[in-house]
Design a protein around this ligand. Structure first.
Ligand code: SF4
Length: 183
């Protein structure tokens, strides 16, 4: 099964997808624990008047074949829907963007009209991501790559600094080659 977290992890490092496929889970650090404690309800109540949505749906689950995803919120507008994820960090990453576009893709596959995805960072940053043919094709290509990574068909090379700070290091056991680790 591919989830929104799988997408986020793949963007961080494709090796993680294989490790998770083998049944290993990330070591949870104190910082991650704190990160999960953001009051998302409060955040969305603050955003609601600004976004002018007709309704907010909390943590819906969307499924399509072996793909599953659950955005923090889905906003219902007059003629379309938008997934909204809340991130308790000030780091705006491609992994977050891909995750929310993946939710948009799943929602579309479930029959909803989706025009954009949204990200809100607790640092105050709010990002709207258009969801068009380009993003749909990007997500479809990403899903193909994730399947390859899951089967261990991708060689991964990462800088040492990234690996030593990675919560999967103990399961991954990459081989050091100069300034890089390989797996
Ligand atoms: S230890 Fe390095 S190669 Fe292994 S999953 Fe983490 S970042 Fe990727």
């Amino acid at each position: 099964m591919i989830t929104g977290v799988t997408v986020k992890h793949y963007l961080f490092c494709p090796a993680i997808v294989r490790i998770e496929e083998l049944g290993f889970r990330e070591r949870v650090t104190e910082a991650m624990q704190e990160g999960s404690e953001v009051d998302k309800e409060k955040v969305v109540n603050f955003l609601f008047p600004m976004l002018k949505a007709k309704e907010i749906i909390k943590k819906p689950i969307y499924k399509y074949k072996d793909l599953v995803g659950s955005p923090d919120f889905v906003l219902k507008f007059s003629y379309h829907y938008s997934p909204l994820d809340v991130k308790n960090t000030d780091r705006v990453g491609m992994d977050h963007k891909a995750q929310v576009l993946y939710y948009a893709y799943l929602m579309e596959k479930s029959g909803l009209v989706v025009k954009e995805g949204m990200l809100y960072y607790t640092s105050g940053k709010f990002i709207r991501l258009p969801y068009t043919d380009n993003e749909r094709r990007y997500i479809e290509r990403l899903i193909v790559k994730i399947r390859e990574a899951r089967e261990g068909r991708i060689k991964v090379i990462q800088p040492v600094r990234k690996c030593v700070n990675c919560g999967f290091f103990q399961y991954c056991r990459p081989k050091r080659v100069g300034k890089f680790y390989e797996v």
